[in-house]
Design a protein around this ligand. Structure first.
Ligand code: URA
Length: 213
């Protein structure tokens, strides 16, 4: 029997925390921010794939034959919640190059803070896959919940949500709507401001990684 994963995992590894601090600093350039996001996403991917099923294969080392551990051919889908999700996607994909990739396009209405869908394209056979949905910022949780709704409508039953920063409000919203979806994050911040930004946060993740305003 496999243990139920915790609903929230904060990856408190020193390398993750160090890189995150540099990313939070407003003086950090776009180029450095992007590079650190790539590095940190690989460290987070390490955590998120911790419970992938394993099997063994018979191989021959230069010394002798052995049954060596290998991934059990688990089908994976990485789903980027656009546009900031792409910053996390690149690094995770480097680590899991055979994963299928999908995109959910949602933007946040700045008045209502509610998500509006503009794009949806995911791999087939979502019901057979471990689905890792990536979005750097779990803020109000509204767009994350909407994205997970869409993934479940497409058949996904085994979903993990991977983000860089989470707010307590976002975690609570996700837990209420999707208690079956574990969240893995580099930090749980203090709060949200009135515009739905994470405090202390790192600002607008998309703007920071793409150099827009
Ligand atoms: N999206 C961001 O990019 N930053 C926040 O703080 C909240 C939502």
């Amino acid at each position: 029997m496999t243990a139920t994963p915790p609903h929230l995992t904060v990856v408190d590894h020193p390398l993750v925390q160090h890189k995150l601090t540099i990313m939070r600093d407003k003086g950090t350039s776009t180029a450095v921010f992007r590079q650190l996001l790539r590095e940190i996403s690989q460290l987070l991917a390490y955590e998120v794939t911790r419970n992938l099923p394993m099997t063994t294969m018979r191989i021959e080392t230069p010394m002798q034959e052995m049954d060596a551990p290998t991934l059990d051919g688990k089908k994976l889908a990485l789903i980027s919640i656009l546009r900031a999700g792409n910053g996390l996607l690149d690094g995770v994909l480097e680590l899991i190059p055979s994963a299928r990739v999908g995109f959910v396009g949602l933007y946040r209405d700045e008045e209502t803070l509610q998500p509006v869908q503009y794009y949806f394209k995911v791999p087939e056979a979502m019901e057979d896959r471990l689905v890792i949905a990536v979005d750097p910022m779990l803020a109000t949780g509204n767009s994350s919940v909407a994205a997970i709704d869409l993934l479940k409508e497409a058949g996904a039953t085994n979903i993990i949500f991977l983000c860089l920063l989470a707010s307590p409000e976002g975690v609570a919203t996700m837990k209420a709507a999707h208690p079956d979806v574990p969240i893995v994050t580099a930090a749980l911040d203090e709060s949200l401001n009135e515009k739905g930004y994470i405090i202390p946060g790192l600002g607008d993740a998309g703007d920071r990684m793409f150099g827009t305003k």
